[in-house]
Design a protein around this ligand. Structure first.
Ligand code: DGY
Length: 328
């Protein structure tokens, strides 16, 4: 029997984080490109003390019970923890680690890239050239919408939303934000706090930065989309289910909004048969907003640090359910 704590890592992660885990633990690392199936996950977690998982793994009470009473820590290689049943972990006394802060800039950069791409039809233009449809310069060819000086509505004004606002200030954008979790307006934050409907009605760009919760599931539905300007652009780098995909399809198809750009979809991956993919006013990419080399390396290192701290019985440097310590 190994003297090292037994852990399961549900996918290969960037080198430095991975070697921290394998140096300290008796680690089984799932080697495939695709996540382990539910059946495999339930089998591989048996008897582990630590689990390092990804946002593609659903970690609920069943998985925790399959691991058994020796499970000391769950470490998510992500800031979002909607894939993990936090109350179930807290009830079992298991701290859950996540990776806040380090992906803020990469994600805000990418949200801004999507704003520019959707507004100025970059992806459509590229497809146009590759399809051999570019015959000449045209006065009305692929006209987009201006970003400079436009109004940006940010839904969810946490770290990433605020980092996006900083980028937008360089484009002299007017910033509106809506975040019911902010108890009182902070005078030092750029922008103006407004109600949900006001933001949707006034913004030229609506960018989503909320966690996925019961309250934010399908927050952007037919009603919300109907409040947006016909010239508006929707950007989602948060979680796919914050937007109702059928409602988005209707709004884009009927040109009730100008365009949308999604880093995240519901479901993930989006089916290649999804009618959304037939629309030329939708840009979609495969959940890569945090995918810069440095950011992903830092995420892996932080996930490893959380895992190792939990295995040693220490407080996790970044814990998504700190209430677990109150109940200890
Ligand atoms: C996260 O960490 O939650 C991000 O979605 C990964 O890109």
């Amino acid at each position: 029997m190994s003297i090292w704590p037994k852990v399961f890592v549900t996918r290969m992660i960037p080198e430095k984080g991975q070697s921290m885990v394998t140096d300290f633990c008796d680690a089984e690392v799932w080697p495939d490109e695709l996540p382990p199936s539910r059946a495999i996950l339930l089998e591989r977690v048996r008897g582990i003390e630590g689990l390092l998982c990804l946002l593609t793994d659903r970690i609920d009470g069943e998985v925790m019970d399959a691991a058994g009473p020796g499970l000391k820590v769950i470490s998510n290689h992500a800031v979002g923890v909607d894939n993990i049943d936090l109350p179930a972990a807290t009830r079992r006394g298991i701290p859950v680690g996540n990776t806040p802060g380090i992906l803020t800039n990469a994600t805000a950069d990418f949200a801004f890239a999507l704003i520019l791409a959707a507004a100025r039809r970059v992806v459509e233009g590229e497809r146009f050239v590759r399809d051999g449809r570019w015959k000449t310069w045209g006065p009305s060819l692929l006209l987009g919408t201006d970003v400079f000086g436009a109004t940006l509505g940010i839904i969810g004004y946490g770290r990433i939303g605020q980092a996006l606002a900083k980028r937008a200030s360089g484009f002299e954008m007017r910033i509106l934000y809506y975040d019911p979790s902010l108890e009182s307006p902070n005078p030092y934050l750029p922008g103006k706090p407004v109600g949900f409907e006001t933001l949707l009605g006034e913004a030229d760009f609506v960018s989503l930065h909320t966690p996925l919760t019961e309250e934010t599931h399908h927050l952007i539905d037919d009603y919300a989309l109907a409040l947006m300007k016909p010239s508006a652009v929707l950007i989602n780098t948060s979680r796919g289910p914050v937007v109702d995909p059928q409602a988005l399809y209707r709004a884009l198809k009927q040109r009730r909004i100008f365009a949308a750009a999604l880093d995240v979809t519901d479901p993930e991956p989006i089916s290649v048969d999804s009618p959304l993919l037939d629309l030329d006013n939708l840009t979609v990419v495969p959940h890569i907003a945090s995918a810069s080399r440095t950011t992903r390396e830092k995420m892996a290192t932080m996930a490893a640090e959380n895992l190792i701290a939990g295995l040693k019985g220490e407080r996790l440097p970044n814990c998504a359910n700190p209430e677990v310590y109150a109940s200890a």
